[in-house]
Design a protein around this ligand. Structure first.
Ligand code: ZN
Length: 415
């Protein structure tokens, strides 16, 4: 089972936008570029929305059938651990093994000694073809890396083997994610992590490191784009080298989590993957829920009222809603409009404030991030929310397709 060179994590909180999302990828295909769809929904989202992995599978299968999509597609058990993977086993064929919580947990002392013993051949200068900077692997560095990452990679091995056993011969794509932590991983750390994953015999096809800068949910990249460029380029070369040295799968590629709306770095990512002829996986599922709210606001009347109710409730419950997302959102509370003000807005004002048009004078990334985590409020409105989605599906679906195709893919691919 091979993920393919370019792939996009798509999907939506309420299982209504499968066709509208796939349509965007169909439009790219008509322009001559194949991007493989991966419906991703994390365990966290399933818990908040009270949905099941089976529903995601049904949504994906139905969209694929309706649009007669004949390339591969996958359903991703996103950010799973041993505690919650069971319910995904039969419905997913892509597993994002999340071991961020194990980073920095000290491993068994002897395991570090073994690591140093087994890595003697790597001690010395590390030449990574294409990278001018010189890196050195020392026993001290290995101790450091082992202390930080060994526990996490061992856990990844445990989860991988567990999934493999449960899948009983049915193939799947393993991704390893380490993105939801505070400290970015350096290219040398990434190299060593890949070595450790190879040691666990995980045929990892995508890896999601924590890159430099902030990847806040639903908004643009925040950080130094030049530094990102340097690090991303080095990561691409590190992966190439790791494939050769550790015998990892040839199609191993980087995965960008919280990847939606990172408009300022898409051109950099696009340019570099083209330069080195590399693949990429980008997870963008979160942006689609915001297109639903934008669409509701745009629809006016009932739809706009629904959008206002969602904001009012989200505003009142900021702390609770933001809590599961601390490493991936940053909201300046003083820049949030008061719900009483928002109640006076028309549909244009609401959608202009929410929609991610970076230089639009009314766009407010704080408003957008709060609504990003506010899907719990919509989930609690239940039927009432779903009825609005269905009633205003025309305008919403148009938004969803346009957002992925025009604002995301066109910045990344040369179309
Ligand atoms: Zn992630």
């Amino acid at each position: 089972m091979n993920l393919g060179k370019y792939s996009f994590g798509i999907g939506d909180r309420f299982n209504h936008q499968g066709k509208a999302l796939l349509k965007a990828l169909q439009m790219v295909r008509e322009a001559g570029i194949e991007i493989i769809p991966v419906w991703n929904k994390s365990n966290r989202e399933h818990q908040i929305v009270k949905s099941t992995p089976e529903q995601t599978r049904v949504e994906a299968d139905e969209a694929v059938a309706a649009l007669q999509w004949d390339l591969p597609y996958f359903v991703d058990a996103d950010h799973i651990s041993l505690l919650n993977v069971d319910k995904f086993i039969n419905h997913c064929d892509f597993f994002t093994i999340d071991v961020a919580d194990y980073i920095g947990k000290p491993p068994v002392e002897e395991d570090i000694e073994d690591l140093i013993g087994n890595s003697q051949k790597y001690i010395g200068k590390l030449n990574i073809p294409g990278i001018d900077s010189e890196f050195y692997i020392t026993e001290e560095l290995l101790t450091d890396i082992g202390t930080k990452f060994l526990n996490a990679t061992q856990e990844a091995g445990k989860i991988y083997r567990y999934i493999k056993k449960c899948r009983a011969g049915k193939d799947f794509i393993p991704e390893i994610s380490m993105d939801e932590v505070n400290d970015p991983q350096t290219p040398v750390e990434l190299f060593c992590i890949l070595g450790l994953l190879a040691g666990e015999k995980i045929p990892v096809q995508t890896i999601a490191p924590r890159f430099t800068g902030r990847f806040n949910k639903g908004v643009d990249y925040k950080g130094d784009p030049d530094r990102f460029r340097l690090e991303f380029e080095q990561d691409l070369l590190v992966i190439d080298h790791a494939i050769r040295i550790f015998g990892l799968p040839e199609n191993l590629k980087l995965s960008i989590h919280s990847g939606s709306d990172k408009f300022s770095i898409y051109p950099v990512v696009g340019e570099l993957i083209r330069k080195y002829d590399k693949g990429i996986h980008i997870k963008t599922a979160g942006t689609t829920w915001l297109e639903e709210v934008t669409g509701l606001a745009k629809a006016g009347d009932e739809g706009l009222n629904m959008a206002k109710t969602i904001y009012r409730n989200a505003y009142a419950r900021k702390e609770e809603l933001c809590k599961p997302y601390t490493t991936v959102i940053e909201i300046d509370e003083s820049s949030l409009p008061l719900p009483d003000h928002v109640d006076k807005w028309d549909g244009n004002k609401y959608s202009n404030t929410l929609r991610h048009i970076p230089d639009h004078p009314e766009y407010n990334p704080n408003f957008r991030q709060l609504l990003h985590v506010g899907y719990k409020v919509a989930a609690e409105l239940g039927e009432q929310y779903i009825n609005s989605l269905e009633k205003f599906s025309d305008v919403i679906e148009k938004n969803v397709t346009e957002n992925i195709f025009e604002r995301h893919i066109k910045r990344l691919c040369k179309i």
